[in-house]
Structures are given as structure tokens and as C-alpha cells.
Design a protein around this ligand. Structure first.
Ligand SMILES: Cc1ncc(COP(=O)(O)O)c(C=O)c1O
Length: 433
């Protein structure tokens, strides 16, 4: 297919170029932003795409290696929820990494599945390690599927091909949360994408490693395990009926950029990152490196990352993605270049990092009730100091590194109470019965 085109974006521009008198929503009538339209015949309809939007979605499927692709305007979160609703039923057992994003926990709540947590490690710097095949030993015949993250926030990747093969041999559905990996398919120097590894559903945030506007994402489907009509219905169930034409147009643009220029841009970027990594290490910083990792996520560790982040902002107006007392994470995308990487290096050269603070690992949790039942129970908000022995009715995650400290159904232990107090929480929502 001709990946040069952006049929959806073109339809929007064609419309506004005609300078129409708009007797349709949105009420700002184009005065705020002219590209912000509604679903009129000229711009197609997300609920029944049959013109430029359908074409744009077909181009996406072709570019990323899927059978079908659907655009999302509520981020990967919407895709992950839709994937759960399309794959699992109440009571199904599903394998999920312990350090999963909250949207996966929400999928568990929405569907009522029984999570079987894969106990990945978290290292002494607080960086969650990704899932290895051997970590699936708790997977018995009754497991319906696995929801795996590729890569994680720090660029670490699971043993994806092996895990997909293992899961499919047991007739399990494989869903890949690829919120941070929209670029993976477009350069061989990067780890494998979920679709290339043969996963059934893959969800990608175009606004993270692509270049779409915030909230832009795509859900991809491959193979016969999931009914495409059911997936589509669930995508719509969780969608606004007034999707932003600007977000949809930016997804179209992002797909073209990745498909047409992605390989070349990523080649340059990866070479620049390699050079930067070398220079950074020579300056005395520790750069987080693991085999088969996505190096567009750059983590400096074994230092006070919060302090480094503050210095970068205060003295150089450089803003990092996230930091802690032990690391500092920089996200690089298609739009970074030798220039931006040099700016970062020139700033780092002038900073003497402070020693890392002590990382306190999260206490872990035990589920004593189904997350769905606990979430939908009658609940009360109580002071944490009197919450020990009660069952959480809410998800509490810590950013960084996005670790779920409790989810609905968790028994609140003294260790969890202390950890939440340390996080600055005073109250927690607990079940009443
Ligand atoms: C691993 C992971 N999955 C899913 C999401 C949700 O993505 P979105 O913000 O596009 O909804 C995030 C967001 O940070 C994430 O880090």
C-alpha cells in the first residue's frame, strides 16, 4: 500500500480549505482550532468508517504488520480495556506481570478475571525487570491468556517470541501492552514488536514513541483467536461519540512518518544514542544497560535522580520523564537528534551527581478478594492509620516507577500501611463488607 498518503488528515484539510460555513458541532465553529471538526460526511465516522478513516486504519494495519488496526482517542488505556473485554470473561485466569500499568489492573476489574501474577524482580535501583519465559511456571492449563508489557518504561523487554510460542502452544491469548513501543517494528536494531512476535492483540500509544498528539493510540489485531467484530464493538463501547479529529489526524500522520521515514530516522537516532551513551559513561555516569533493550529510553542510575532532574531543570531548562532517589529516565523519540542529545550531554558534563538514596522496595500484596468484587463493593474512605486488616477498594500506584502498591481486593498489612504513609497518602478507600 502507498504509505506516503495521509487520507484522514487530507480529508480534514480538504474540508477546511473550502472555508465552509459550519452549521455543525463543535460549537467553536473552527474559531478555536480550524482542524477540530466533528463527524461529517467529508471526514468519515469512527463508528462506521467507510471513507478516509477506514483507509487510514488499513494503512496502519499494513504498516505495523497487523490484520486490522483501529484508532483510539483515549490512549492505550482504552485499547487495553477493550482487549480485556474482547478476550476474557468473569472468572478466567489471566497471567499478568506484577509490575503492570494500572490500565491492566483496570482491565482485570472491568472483566472480573482472576489475575495470576508473574513475580518479576525489581532490582536494587527500583527498576522492574521484565518477564522471562521461566517466570511463567505458575501457568497451568486453566490459564486463558497473558497480558505482557513490551518494552517497559525503562526499555526492558520480555522474552517475547518464546512467551508467545509457549502461550499459543497452550491455546492462550497473548495481549501485548506496547504503549512504549510503537517504533519497534520500524528498525531491525530494536527489539521485536508484539505483532512481529505473533501476539494476538497489540496496543500502542502513538503519542509516546510515535509523534501523534497526546491520547492518540492504535489497537492492532492479528490472527483468528479474537473476533474482530467483538473487538471493534468494545473499542466503541469505551469511546467518546465525538472523537477528536485532530487526534485521529495526528495518528494518521504518525503512521506515515514511521512507515516512510522510521527506519532511517531510527537508524540515525540509535547511532546518536550509542555515541551519547559512550560519552556519558566516560563522564562518570552509570548508564542502565541490558541485552535486547530498547535504547531510546535512557536511564542514568546509581545517583540521586530527583536531584539530577531538579538541577537539569533549574540550571538548563531540561525536563526529564521521571526520576527517583536512585535513577533518572530520559525519553528519546523520532524527533530527537544530535542537537538535542548534545544539549543533554553538555548539561550533564557540568553536573556532579549526588549519591543514590536508599531504595525501599514496595511491600508486595496478597489478594483476598476478587479485584472486581472489591472495586464494586460498598466502600468507605478511612484514615490509613486504622486501615490494617481491611480490604482495599482502590488502585494505588506509585510513580515512579508505576508500581501498583495495592489494587482492589488487597489485604492492607502493616507493611503496606507504612509504605503508603511514606508515599504521603493519608486515606485509603476500603470495602465495607
Ligand atoms: C506500560 C504502560 N501501559 C499503558 C499505558 C497507558 O497509555 P496511555 O497513556 O496512552 O493511555 C501507559 C502509560 O503511561 C504505560 O506506561
Amino acid at each position: 500500500m502507498l504509505q506516503d498518503e495521509t487520507p484522514y488528515l487530507k480529508a480534514i484539510f480538504d474540508y477546511i480549505e473550502k472555508k465552509p460555513v459550519r452549521f455543525h458541532y463543535p460549537g467553536h465553529k473552527g474559531n478555536l482550532i480550524s482542524l477540530d471538526l466533528t463527524e461529517i460526511p467529508q471526514t468519515d465516522n469512527l463508528f462506521i468508517p467507510e471513507g478516509p478513516l477506514l483507509k487510514a486504519q488499513e494503512l496502519s494495519a499494513d504498516a505495523f504488520g497487523a490484520d486490522y488496526s483501529y484508532f483510539l482517542v483515549n490512549g492505550s488505556t482504552q485499547g487495553i480495556h477493550s482487549a480485556f473485554l474482547s478476550s476474557f470473561k468473569d472468572g478466567d485466569k489471566v497471567l499478568v506481570p506484577f509490575f503492570s500499568h494500572r490500565s491492566i489492573i483496570e482491565g482485570i476489574i472491568l472483566t472480573g478475571v482472576k489475575p495470576v501474577f508473574i513475580g518479576e524482580e525489581i532490582d536494587r535501583w527500583g527498576i522492574p525487570q521484565n518477564v522471562r519465559l521461566e517466570g511463567l511456571d505458575r501457568c497451568d492449563n486453566g490459564v486463558k491468556g497473558i497480558v505482557i508489557t513490551n518494552p517497559n518504561y525503562f526499555g526492558l523487554t520480555p522474552e517475547l517470541k518464546e512467551i508467545v510460542e509457549y502461550a499459543h502452544n497452550r491455546d492462550m491469548i497473548v495481549i501485548v501492552d506496547e504503549a512504549h513501543g510503537a517504533h519497534l517494528h520500524f528498525n531491525k536494531r530494536l527489539p521485536s514488536s508484539g505483532l512481529d512476535a505473533g501476539a494476538d492483540i497489540v496496543i500502542q500509544s502513538m503519542h509516546k514513541m510515535g509523534i501523534s498528539l497526546t491520547q492518540g493510540a492504535i489497537i492492532h489485531l492479528k490472527g483468528e483467536r479474537i473476533d474482530k467484530n467483538i473487538l471493534w464493538e468494545n473499542v466503541l463501547l469505551l469511546s467518546t461519540t465525538s472523537p477528536s479529529t485532530i487526534i485521529l489526524g495526528s495518528i494518521d500522520l504518525c503512521r506515515r512518518e514511521l512507515a516512510v521515514n522510521g527506519e532511517r530516522i531510527l537508524d540515525n537516532l540509535l547511532s546518536e544514542i550509542e555515541k551519547l551513551g559512550y560519552k556519558i559513561k566516560n563522564t562518570g555516569f552509570s548508564l542502565y544497560e541490558k541485552p535486547d533493550m530498547d535504547r531510546t529510553k535512557l536511564t542514568l542510575y546509581d545517583l540521586d535522580g530527583d536531584r539530577l532532574s531538579e538541577r537539569l531543570w533549574e540550571d538548563f531548562r531540561i525536563q526529564t520523564e521521571m526520576s527517583s532517589g536512585t535513577y533518572c529516565l530520559f525519553i528519546l523519540s523520532l524527533l530527537d537528534s544530535e542537537r538535542t542529545l548534545n544539549t543533554l550531554f553538555n548539561a550533564l558534563k557540568k553536573i556532579e551527581p549526588l549519591p543514590a538514596r536508599n531504595f525501599i522496595p514496595p511491600p508486595g500484596y496478597e489478594l483476598v478478594r476478587s479485584p472486581k468484587i472489591a472495586y464494586f463493593s460498598l466502600k468507605e474512605k478511612i484514615k490509613l492509620t486504622s486501615a490494617v486488616g481491611r480490604i482495599s477498594g482502590e488502585i494505588i500506584t506509585r510513580y515512579p516507577p508505576g508500581v501498583p502498591v495495592v489494587i482492589p481486593g488487597t489485604l492492607i498489612t502493616p507493611e503496606i500501611k507504612d509504605y503508603l504513609l511514606l508515599m504521603g497518602r493519608d486515606y485509603v478507600s476500603v470495602t465495607l463488607d
